[in-house]
Design a protein around this ligand. Structure first.
Ligand code: TLP
Length: 343
């Protein structure tokens, strides 16, 4: 089989030998009865890592976000988020479909919005004819903005605003580990400013499946019920939880290397005529770029013919995501393929 350089996403990573061994050796039980020792261990390990009272293992990041929003809201409520947030762009309309809630969108700068932008959108509680504002949601790192990191001072200020207005504050921290290794701010420090967090194990951390949601015990108790109601109650799931545990214990620190790969790719692309890339936006493991007048579909097809797989971001934007299954040499090679294709 032809070996492709796959930069479509960090979700494409395959479990390493060490991870597979941990999965093979995992002790299991029926997790719907809370009898799976490995899933239980993963949940307590993750709760501690995130500095939260409790955590729940869920099958995906989408489920993590959507269960969280469902628990925090009632139908007719409103969630404030950025206009390129994953919960708005890429979760199949689930806030409306699954929870009967609407999103109020803010145009951020590199995916980041400020308390000054949020405050005017908060509905007065006296306005019985309006939706009820219930949650502010932040995505860190921000996928569609190119893996950008929300500054901790901004997060603190947003958290203060949420408290002032009695709103919940939810973090889509699918890639919070990337933000953490880049800034040196611990995941627990990030999480401490939020009521609820959702974090992926299956992206840069290399696990095949799974996310963690965390918060207060009552939140996790309700989330456990919603997970079951939505068909996400899993049985001998320790076999997968073991991969998640392995990922959290072994694969966070190495994300730094993925960030170096992204920078390397971005700098190489910046040298190529007909490519536009904003180097300052490359903060973690995602590189967004455009290819001038060339048709994006044609570009992607030609790259594929040369063995390079890429994805798309916003309209007209190409997305390359670096991860543990791509080497520095392959990054060099990817840049050469792109140069050839746009020439
Ligand atoms: N993002 C995927 C695609 O859906 C775009 C990717 O390839 O990056 N929050 C954020 C910020 C995400 O980037 C993703 C996945 C999710 C949630 C959902 O995670 P999964 O795919 O596990 O449901």
């Amino acid at each position: 089989m032809k070996k492709f350089i796959d930069l479509r996403s960090d979700t494409v990573t395959k479990p390493s030998e060490g991870m597979r061994k941990a999965m093979y050796e995992a002790e299991v039980g029926d997790d719907v009865y809370k009898e799976d020792p490995t899933a239980n261990e993963l949940e307590s390990f993750a709760a501690e890592l995130l500095g939260k009272e409790a955590a729940l293992f869920v099958p995906s990041g989408v489920m993590g976000n959507q269960i969280s929003l469902n628990v925090l809201t009632n139908p007719g409520d409103e969630v404030i988020c950025e206009k390129d947030a994953h919960i708005f762009q890429y979760e199949s309309g689930s806030p409306a479909a699954l929870s009967g809630i609407q999103l109020s969108l803010i145009e951020g700068t590199k995916g980041i919005f400020t308390p000054e932008q949020v405050e005017p959108l908060i509905r007065p509680s006296s306005a019985y004819y309006m939706a009820r504002t219930k949650v502010i949601e932040v995505e860190n790192t921000h996928n569609r903005a190119g893996g950008t990191i929300n500054p901790i001072e901004n997060i603190k200020a947003l958290s203060g605003l949420a408290k002032k207005h009695n709103l919940y504050f939810h973090l889509d921290g699918a890639r919070i580990w990337n933000a953490s290794v880049e800034t040196g701010i611990l995941p627990s420090e990030y999480a401490s400013h939020f009521d609820t967090v959702s974090c992926c194990l299956s992206k840069g951390l290399g696990a095949p499946i799974g996310s963690i949601i965390a918060g207060k015990k009552d939140f996790v108790k309700d989330a456990y019920r919603v997970r079951k109601a939505w068909g996400g109650g899993m049985r001998q799931v320790g076999i997968i939880a073991a991969a998640g545990l392995y990922a959290l214990k072994n694969n966070i620190g190495r994300l730094k290397e993925d960030h170096e790969k992204a920078k390397k790719l971005a700098y190489a692309l910046a040298e190529i005529k007909n490519i536009q890339v904003d180097l300052a936006s490359v903060e973690t493991n995602i590189v967004m770029f455009s290819v001038g007048k060339m048709n994006v579909e044609d570009f992607l097809k030609k790259c594929l013919e040369h063995g390079l797989m890429l994805g798309t971001g916003k309209v007209g934007i190409i997305r390359a995501v670096t991860h543990m299954d791509v080497s520095f040499d392959e990054i060099n090679h990817a840049a050469k393929i792109i140069e050839k294709v746009v020439a």
